[in-house]
Ligand binder design. Structure first.
Ligand SMILES: [Zn+2]
Ligand SMILES: [Zn+2]
Length: 182
């Protein structure tokens, strides 16, 4: 995932590759029983020069098996994320309009990434993209009814007998809740 600056010609560079998630430290740390990667991380990357800058456009994809946050059923979730980044070897000169000359911008302020050395390492960006694309609270379906909190029945499959009393229970709790103002 290292690209040498000298390999980036005017016509640009297009790459497609796959990496096992185990080579990414943060992905390797993910609890494997919560998120199971079913495929390696696939990457498409286009890198080209734009003046003094280097533009990178990339896409990452994979698929994971996760458990639904409501009914606990496991399902497969494809993940996909796209990014665009601009790299510079040197920070551009900023015309300082302010009188006191205190204005200082760093690369981050300008939305640029300063390349240190002779190559760009895309490993961190790729890993970040995969992490952001992972579902935070996976749902097998937007309308998943979840499990009955009393008997644990999967309400997507069947209505259990205790369902109405669950509602009664909730409201009963609210009715009995009084705020002590003393
Ligand atoms: Zn579900
Ligand atoms: Zn129930």
């Amino acid at each position: 995932m290292l690209i040498r600056l000298e390999d980036i010609k005017d016509e640009g560079l297009e790459l497609e590759f796959e990496e096992p998630r185990s080579i990414f430290p943060l992905l390797a740390d993910l609890q494997t029983d919560e998120v199971v990667f079913l495929e390696p991380v696939r990457v498409r990357l286009r890198v080209f020069r734009a003046g003094d800058m280097i533009e990178a456009q990339g896409e990452v994809s994979s698929s994971v098996r996760v458990a639904c946050g409501r009914c606990l059923k496991e399902f497969i979730q494809p993940i996909h994320s796209a990014f665009e980044l601009t790299y510079v070897v040197e920070l551009p000169e900023i015309e300082d309009e302010s009188a006191d000359g205190e204005l200082e911008l760093d690369a981050e302020d300008m939305g640029l990434i300063l390349v240190e050395g002779e190559e760009i390492d895309f490993a961190g960006v790729i890993e970040e993209q995969v992490l952001m694309a992972l579902p935070l609270r996976p749902l097998c379906d937007e309308g998943c009814k979840g499990l009955c909190p009393q008997c644990g029945a999967d309400l997507n499959v069947s209505q259990c007998g205790c369902h109405p009393s669950e509602f009664g229970g909730k409201f009963a709790v609210l009715k009995n809740f009084k705020i002590d103002k003393s």
